[in-house]
Design a protein around this ligand. Sequence first.
Ligand SMILES: Cc1cc2nc3c(=O)[nH]c(=O)nc-3n(C[C@H](O)[C@H](O)[C@H](O)COP(=O)(O)O)c2cc1C
Length: 491
Amino acid sequence: MQGGGPVPRHCLREGVKIEGTAGTRLSLVDDAQTCDLGALTDAKAAAVLALQGEGATEDELGELVARHDSGAVAWMFFVLTRLAQLGFTQQTLTADGDRLATLQPTARNYQPGSGSAPAGQPVRLCRFAYLHRLDADMLLESPRALARIVLHHWHAAALVAQLMQPRAPERHAEAAAQLLSPATAEALLRLLYQNNFLDDSLGNSLAAETPATSELADGAKQALAQWEFHDLLFHARSRAGRHRDPYGASYRWERRHTPLPAVKEMPGDGIALPRPAAGDDPDRAPSLMTVVEQRRSLRLPGERPLTQQELGEFLFRTSRVRGRRRTEHEEVSNRPYPGGGADYELEIYPFVQRVTGLDAGRYYYDPLRHRLLRLGEADAGWQRLLKDAAIKAQMEQLPDVLFCLTGRFARLSYKYSSISYAVMLKDLGVLYQTYYLVATAMGLAPCAIGGGDADIFAAVTGLDYVVEPYVGEFMLSSRNVEEWARQAPPL
Ligand SMILES: Cc1cc2nc3c(=O)[nH]c(=O)nc-3n(C[C@H](O)[C@H](O)[C@H](O)COP(=O)(O)O)c2cc1C
């Protein structure tokens, strides 16, 4: 991999075709979109056609156009940017005939970068950048970048790995000298710099944590410093914009997998839960506005235990299946709370600590038949989950019931691309609020919990960590009159 410096070549991405010939209208087409370039002059058409195969460097394209039509050079750069933004083209760096790296713009607001990292100033890899394998290549991505870089050669990946240390660009090139010529290392560093993969360390290790975007306002820099890697990655990949993956309802597993049923099938006789009487007792049904105003997180259990009647009414009003139907793709259901795609992937495992008429222990709520299936004793693992929830609520007393909430992930991933996990967390938020409002209207004590140990949960339930991940928990108790008096807003 030693030798002359590589030059990026603009070329068509895999699956992109040019339709038409010079002298007719030219269009770029892939399986999702078409870009009609219209009837082009011979010079312009020659530049577009030169993107086929190995493609051409910017200098070569400029010469091709300028030979016949010097006024078309600006047009050519405009078209190159536009085609890159639309995902039709990419740039490949080659060194000594080997493909080294390919830049693939991922965002519609991608702009080609310019310049190089300033000589003498330490740089290192942006803390949001990550490398992973893609077929026989390595892929370098970052939620801060508007493009991704495919690394075709391990020498290029080695240079990226070396960027964990802040060094001046020329020192990085020297350190990689056994693998890459200085010009090759320089070209690769330029590609990384221009596409926001490098942090400018400003000469000290603390500053090395801040991004190289000196044009970022101080407020934005501070905000960025507070993002953790996984949060920004999750944001970038679960919203449209900085990736080209399929997005939304794609039914990508249809015909390859059987969709999960709308309601989880759990064997067992179960304990029928009480249902509320038809119609609302006006004395017990404050208006929605009152409930919203009164809603508070209440963490202390009351003097008396929650009753089985209350637990039954609560689950009936919040979580039961109201109906099922079959769509063209899958079976869906209808429940009191809204759910993404009507998929209703969330599952409810009440851990009963103190409920009159029910033995303490762990249960599964069957939302179709409105009953509890007993799963087992309140063993040590479950006690740990319960104590963990109490600690997160800064409580010494345990709640009457802890609802442990999982999601049958494949209900969502069967249908959705890019957004499945995000939808699951949104559904969880919706369920939390429904629980809060119904518990408040019923005069109970509700409190959401923000985090639990998914591994312990998987171990104690035997539910697989990825099949049915443990995503949330919610405490419910009888109301503690003193806490309510302290917390209730004046109405
Ligand atoms: C997603 C979510 C997670 C929460 N996690 C916790 C928690 O772990 N511990 C806790 O004591 N309260 C938790 N809460 C309750 C909040 O602390 C509470 O809603 C907030 O302080 C506002 O108070 P209020 O609910 O009484 O209006 C959570 C609430 C939500 C919506």
